[in-house]
Design a protein around this ligand. Structure first.
Ligand SMILES: [Zn+2]
Length: 168
């Protein structure tokens, strides 16, 4: 595998992690909301989820504590460890290593199959991908594709893979 492919895999892995993280946040907040409603609490919880480091995360949790003690205590539960939902503590794990292996396989496969796809980069971040299933338009900036798989799952579809493979 080339360094370029490794770089691409790193980028795709970040996308997967981001998607997984968003799902965890959403799931956590759905549960939280059943007991603790209101915009103020919602904002505080999402700030905590999006905190980029531990210090900011602590501050967010203190603010939550001041706003509503019961809401803060809801998080003292082994079912919802902090590292499962806040970006500040979110870590790569074995799941990601598996993901990485799968991605290596995908890229090796795509590098062989790429010959079946034709890409047209003339439209800026929008790339036309002509492949076995017809033409799809991938938008590398919006992270979307007309096949809709990318925006629905948060994970790049085969057309997006092809674009990343050729992306310069
Ligand atoms: Zn697609």
């Amino acid at each position: 595998m080339s360094d370029r492919q490794k770089g691409l895999i790193g980028a795709v892995k970040d996308l997967f992690l981001e998607a997984e993280h968003r799902n965890c946040d959403r799931h956590m907040y759905q549960n939280f909301k059943q007991k603790h409603k209101g915009k103020a609490l919602k904002d505080l919880v999402w700030n905590a989820a999006r905190a980029s480091n531990k210090v900011i995360f602590q501050i967010c949790m203190e603010e939550l504590d001041q706003e509503d003690k019961a809401a803060r205590e809801w998080f003292n539960n082994p079912e919802r460890p902090f590292q499962s939902w806040t970006r500040a503590l979110f870590r790569t794990n074995t799941k990601c290593d598996m993901l990485l292996n799968n991605l290596c396989e995908s890229f090796n496969r795509i590098s062989k199959e790429a010959i079946w796809f034709k890409t047209d980069y003339s439209g800026g971040p929008r790339v036309s991908v002509d492949g076995p299933g017809g033409v799809n338009i991938v938008d590398m900036k919006a992270k979307s594709c007309t096949c809709r798989r990318w925006e629905l799952t948060g994970l790049p579809c085969p057309h997006a893979y092809i674009c990343m493979y050729y992306w310069k």
